[in-house]
Design a protein around this ligand. Structure first.
Ligand code: NAI
Length: 212
């Protein structure tokens, strides 16, 4: 296994796409695929795909292509989907409810272990079989469960305080919907910021400028 520390961010960014795409091929019953076919379907060049997969030791065979099951399993191992990282979701409003009930966390390498909110009216209700707990219980919960990831579905103005509490309690990584700039305030914390509005604005720009 090559040293994962040297894998570029752009390759890491493409891994989930390979994983999803290979899962789709499995569902279609495809057992092997040439790098040319894979590249045509993923809209990447064949050499890009070879380079990406070579970063992890390459899984193709000359003249055969890729075995879909093996390649997907290997990409899954590289991502680390089997470990099921303990995850908490903070903010059980519209977004939090939708996210917690929609996402199959284990499929994405996580286990949703707790949902927290400050609104006492929400406490006790369940989402995806998990009871919403009061934020006052978060510290004790983290001491017992040691979650490493937090999904932040709270308003920006609550995020600083909540992040501080989570980081103090050992959370290392955030899926951040809150629009609060976590990395500006916390060193060494892994963050994925999600801004659906940015995607929509990009789309609007492209429709306005390219779609004519
Ligand atoms: P919402 O008002 O339905 O839910 C927010 C929840 O957060 C409420 O249940 C509230 O009690 C809870 N909350 C507030 N402060 C808290 C704290 N200190 N600790 C724990 N819980 C706390 O709002 P909605 O629609 O679910 O959106 C949540 C946030 O996500 C909003 O601020 C919105 O701007 C943002 N958002 C971001 C998107 C993105 O793409 N990044 C997309 C949609 C929403």
């Amino acid at each position: 296994m090559p040293n994962k520390d040297y894998i570029s961010n752009s390759v890491i960014r493409r891994l989930p796409r390979y994983y999803r795409f290979l899962g789709q091929l499995q569902k279609e019953g495809t057992t092997k695929i040439s790098s040319a076919e894979l590249s045509a379907r993923m809209k990447l060049t064949a050499s890009q795909i070879r380079q990406d997969l070579n970063c992890f030791g390459g899984f193709g065979q000359q003249g055969y292509g890729y075995n879909v099951d093996i390649l997907r399993r290997e990409v899954g191992v590289i991502i680390g989907v089997e470990r099921k990282i303990k995850t908490v979701l903070i903010g059980a409003g519209n977004l939090g409810k939708a996210f917690a009930s929609y996402f199959d966390f284990p499929k994405y390498g996580c286990e949703l272990v707790g949902i927290f909110d400050i609104d006492p009216q929400l406490v006790g209700a369940e989402i995806a079989g998990i009871p919403i707990d009061n934020m006052t219980k978060l510290t004790a919960f983290c001491a017992g469960e040691n979650p490493e990831i937090a999904v932040l579905c709270i308003p920006k103005n609550s995020a600083a305080e909540v992040c501080e509490m989570l980081v103090e309690n050992g959370v290392k990584a955030f899926l951040n919907f809150s629009h609060y700039d976590i990395n500006l305030h916390f060193d060494g914390i892994i963050t994925e910021n999600v801004h659906m509005g940015d995607s929509l604005l990009t789309l609007v720009y492209n429709v306005n400028n390219r779609g004519k």
